[in-house]
Design a protein around this ligand. Structure first.
Ligand SMILES: Cc1ncc(COP(=O)(O)O)c(C=O)c1O
Length: 418
């Protein structure tokens, strides 16, 4: 994959030729085709969907539904009605947690993992509180792996919901989804299994017909698509049985004072005006990924992670690398700590050199607490990155280490002189 050719697809690099963007796990940059598709809607047929009988609205509805078909095909869904458009992974998971409330009781247990992003942790904790159910988090290894034996002893017939991440946004470790599902099903055949695919969708092939989970959520913006668009996929039979989460326009068959009747999925879950331009443009993002091929994307990113891990390990004294060191188990990111250099100081130093990285607890407080680390620095790669980006980031990191070392030394000497 030639980075200079790829970079031409992303207009941001024309505006910032010096940019080193190592934060694609937060959000991916947007290719021109996505921007163009969004612009086309806004300029040529900016009407609402499903309501108007005039041409502009019919075209908007047609393009919006085409995106639903494209997503269904992309992830191996049986039919497009299994695809619900939301604002993002966070809304997809909250939708589910609210819709499952009526069927959750105090006898049930909800299980997540300690490495889940808050978006797949807090909605389930809140649901447990509302329903009086038990909430537990499965401990994971330091490298972000779920131990199947621990999982087996943690799941019981009481386990009503099990939610876990396909790829942790901190460790970058890829979970063996099918193995995990079969352990959960063995112990609790009726459990509802929810997969947070926010960090996986742009990098791994998805086939919901073989994964074995019941629901899957991800965001378009991490897949080169616009912000404000998410997907919730669910098995038809389960979606049909769920009540709505948001109530409003375009989701009822009929409304009256006595009783209202709701549409079938997906409309039942898409009340109000959605992000029409975003959903339409998301199709261009999917086409872009398919054009490059997920295998090539993964090979490119995996190579960069290998290089970054090796350089960090050999060039930065005392660095602690999180995640699995096994190439088949890590995704497109590497998180780490450096003794004597706070993650935020590092990120700020790099930002001043036009290098964008993420630092902090990455919306995973329970995971950081379990690791005993308050904050980590994260490099996350995409197709527009190259080894030269890693080299530049490392040069800057070394400068930051030296600067803070000298600053601390100076401070100590000042204290001694007092
Ligand atoms: C693993 C994981 N889950 C959920 C989310 C939430 O995604 P969004 O903010 O797009 O709703 C993120 C975002 O970083 C994530 O990394």
């Amino acid at each position: 994959m030639k980075s200079e050719t790829i970079k031409k697809d992303f207009p941001v690099f024309a505006h910032h030729p010096d940019l080193v963007y190592l934060d694609s796990a937060a959000t991916a940059l947007k290719p021109r085709t996505v921007i163009e598709q969004e612009r086309e809607y806004l300029e040529e047929y900016p009407a609402n969907i499903s309501r108007g009988l005039y041409t502009l609205s019919e075209r908007a509805t047609f393009e919006y539904e085409r995106s639903r078909e494209a997503v269904a095909l992309w992830i191996g869904a049986l039919k497009k009605e299994e695809i619900i458009f939301t604002k993002g992974t966070t809304e997809s998971l909250n939708l589910l947690a609210y819709s499952l409330e009526r069927s959750t009781t105090k006898d049930d247990e909800i299980l997540v993992t300690t490495m889940d992003h808050h978006a797949n942790f807090l909605p389930w904790q809140a649901l447990a509180e509302r329903a009086g159910a038990t909430f537990r988090a499965l401990p994971v290894s330091r490298s972000g792996e779920i131990d199947l034996e621990t999982l087996e002893t943690s799941v019981s017939a009481r386990t009503k919901i099990f939610a876990f991440p396909w790829i942790s946004n901190v460790s970058g470790t890829i979970a063996p989804v099918q193995d995990i599902v079969s352990v959960v099903r063995k112990r609790s055949p009726e459990a509802i299994i929810i997969l947070d695919a926010a960090q996986a969708a742009a990098h791994l092939p998805i086939d919901v017909s073989t994964l074995g989970v019941d629901f899957l959520a991800f965001s378009a913006h991490k897949c080169f698509g616009p912000t404000g668009v998410g997907v919730l996929w669910g098995r038809s039979a389960l979606l049909e049985a769920l009540p709505p989460f948001l109530y409003g326009g375009d989701m009822v068959e009929s409304a009256s004072v006595e009783k209202s009747f709701f549409k079938r999925p997906p409309q039942r879950f898409e009340a109000g005006t959605p992000n029409i331009s975003g959903v339409i443009a998301f199709r261009a993002a999917i086409e872009y990924i398919e054009h490059l091929g997920k295998e090539s994307i993964r090979a490119h990113e995996s190579h960069l992670v290998e290089v970054a891990r090796e350089k960090l390990r050999t060039e930065i004294e005392g660095v602690e690398l999180l995640g699995s060191s096994h190439p088949t188990k890590h995704s497109n990111l590497v998180s780490f700590t450096i003794p004597g250099l706070h993650a935020h100081d590092a990120a700020e130093w790099l930002a001043n050199k036009n290098i964008c990285v993420r630092a902090g607890a990455h919306c995973t407080h329970p995971f950081h607490t379990s690791l005993g680390i308050p904050a980590t620095i994260r490099f996350s790669f995409s197709i527009y990155n190259y080894e030269s980006d890693i080299n530049r980031a490392l040069v800057s990191l070394k400068e930051a280490i030296e600067y803070y070392r000298l600053a601390k030394k100076g401070e100590k000497e000042k204290q001694r002189d007092l």
